[in-house]
Design a protein around this ligand. Structure first.
Ligand code: ZN
Length: 246
């Protein structure tokens, strides 16, 4: 079984299309695992959902997903995020609203648990340091965890017999990683709004037979997405940041 691992698609259809095509060229996939924030920020919320619905699909909720359907407050969102949540709400089809409202906060697909933020706070907390990683590892019921939310790719592994806490490693591009001996957390990076200063989409593939996980990057037509965002009158800040991957 091969899974395509997607985090933070953010309604970016050009990015999602490029990622799916790239994954097909790299041997394809049998299932899609989606780590939340499928909608919000970008101009194609319905089309992105429709594109993944055709596959064997596991999806968890992100803060922007629930904000868009009114299941989470936008009080902690900045002006641009609030404006995009309101715009997304005005666009979502009835079918899309029902789908997003029913998304779970976390799902187990052995040997992984899928969650958007952290297990302690699935929608809002960023897993970016030892403290947040340790708290999630303490709650983790499977050997591995897949997260999104920060749009920053990494592997974080518990080091057995070591009390220095979990260690963050580079989730190096195009390099096959055998699943670690130690319990680990992976972030595949952002599909639709990367924030690690590389504007290309970031995603991962997992092969259960081989026990391998890879992260890949692919360029997409940023200008096409930006033009749609301008036409939708989405905030310029959200349009501009796609150029810089931050
Ligand atoms: Zn996000």
């Amino acid at each position: 079984m091969r899974a395509l691992i997607l985090a933070d698609i953010h309604a970016n259809l050009e990015a999602l299309t490029a990622v799916m095509e790239d994954a097909r060229v790299r041997g394809g996939f049998d299932a899609i695992w989606c780590l939340g924030d499928t909608v919000g920020y970008g101009p194609d919320p319905n089309a992105c959902l429709e594109m993944i619905w055709g596959y064997s699909l596991t999806v968890v909720a992100g803060n922007h997903d629930f904000a868009a359907v009114g299941k989470r407050t936008t009080d902690d969102f900045n002006y641009a995020a609030k404006a995009s949540a309101e715009w997304t709400r005005s666009q979502l089809s009835k079918e899309a609203v029902r789908f997003v409202e029913d998304l779970p906060l976390s799902v187990i697909v052995e040997p992984f648990t899928l969650v958007h933020g952290t297990l302690r706070d699935p929608l809002s907390e960023y897993l970016l340091d030892q403290e947040t990683a340790s708290a999630t590892l303490a709650m983790l019921e499977t050997k591995y965890c897949l997260v999104g939310h920060s749009h920053m790719p990494f592997i974080c592994s518990e080091i057995s017999g070591d009390d220095r806490g979990p260690e963050f490693l580079d989730f190096t591009e195009d390099q096959p990683f055998p699943l670690p001996e130690c319990r680990s957390i992976f972030n595949s990076g952002g599909v639709g709004q990367p924030r690690d200063r590389d504007p290309r989409s970031s995603y991962a593939l997992y092969d259960s037979q081989e026990g391998l996980i890879w992260r890949h990057r692919v360029a997409y037509e940023i200008g096409v997405t930006q033009e749609k965002m301008r036409r939708a009158k989405l905030p310029e800040y959200l349009i501009e940041r796609l150029n810089h991957g931050r």
